[in-house]
Design a binder for this molecule. Structure first.
Ligand code: ADP
Ligand code: MG
Length: 248
């Protein structure tokens, strides 16, 4: 469904992505993990062309994304922003409908209600303004908006980063279920290895603009993936060990 061929992206002296080649099959739930500044967001944004690579090609459904009209491309890709990014002067319903509206389609109220149902939000929230919602509710609206155009591909950039742990866990589970129910292909950027291990079926680790590990959660937990990947796995593992110790 998605193919990166030797993607490179430089910003002046900074090489944000330093030659990434990989394929993502239909139906996979991929987590892209790595330290801050490792190039995760930049790589993700080459798919919907929020970032133009310096060199290399991205293919979506076997088509070079450069060759697709931008609006059509973005309609086929759901994107959940790192910062939620709801328009503060628009209602929840208007925010959800913004993508289709940009390509001239008006979403029916019934469709908006359906999208609110999908992310477990009360339908009555449709007429609220974003600042009348909790952080978790706002991020759920962000997910509903990303799904409004019935995309087959869902890209999420640290979607749960700003949420409290309970909300974060609940929304992670919801997205996991939606991924399966809607037959999505999902790429989720996160700096949280625990989240990646729990939600994804494939974990890519980025460091210095390169993919340094490409493993299943199971193989990562068995010690595969190399030093950087194992350094990230060590964090939740040590926490789990300490909790187990406390419970004894
Ligand atoms: P991550 O998402 O892993 O935290 P990013 O992809 O955002 O990393 O950034 C990778 C590198 O590229 C960082 O050094 C960052 O400062 C730089 N970078 C990202 N976007 C820009 C930009 N628009 N202009 C200049 N430098 C950028
Ligand atoms: Mg980022």
């Amino acid at each position: 469904m998605l193919e990166f061929r030797d993607i490179r992206k430089s910003f002046d002296a900074t090489q944000a992505v330093a030659g990434v080649s990989l394929e993502i099959a239909r139906g996979q739930f991929v987590a892209l993990v790595g330290a801050s500044g490792s190039g995760k967001s930049t790589l993700l944004k080459t798919v919907n062309r929020l970032v133009e690579p310096t060199s290399g090609t991205v293919r979506f459904d076997r088509e070079d994304v450069e060759s697709l009209p931008l609006a059509a491309l973005r309609r086929r890709i759901g994107y959940v922003f790192q910062s939620v990014g709801l328009f503060p002067h628009m209602t929840v319903a208007e925010n959800i409908a913004i993508g289709p509206r940009l390509t001239g389609e008006k979403l029916a109220g019934s469709r908006i209600a359906e999208l609110l149902d999908l992310v477990d939000l009360d339908r009555a929230l449709a007429e609220r303004m974003p600042d009348e919602l909790s952080g978790g509710q706002r991020q759920r609206v962000g997910v509903a908006r990303a799904l409004a155009s019935e995309p087959r591909l869902l890209l999420m950039d640290e979607p749960f980063g700003a949420l409290d742990p309970v909300t974060r866990d609940a929304l992670g589970e919801r997205v996991h279920t939606l991924h399966a129910d809607l037959a999505l292909t999902t790429v989720m950027v996160t700096h949280d290895m625990a989240e990646a291990l729990l939600l994804a079926d494939r974990v890519l680790v980025m460091d210095g603009g390169e993919i340094v590990a490409d493993e299943t959660p199971h193989s990562l937990l068995e010690g595969a993936g190399g030093e950087i990947a194992q350094g990230l796995v060590a964090v939740p593992r040590a926490q789990a060990d300490r909790l187990a110790e406390l419970a004894r």
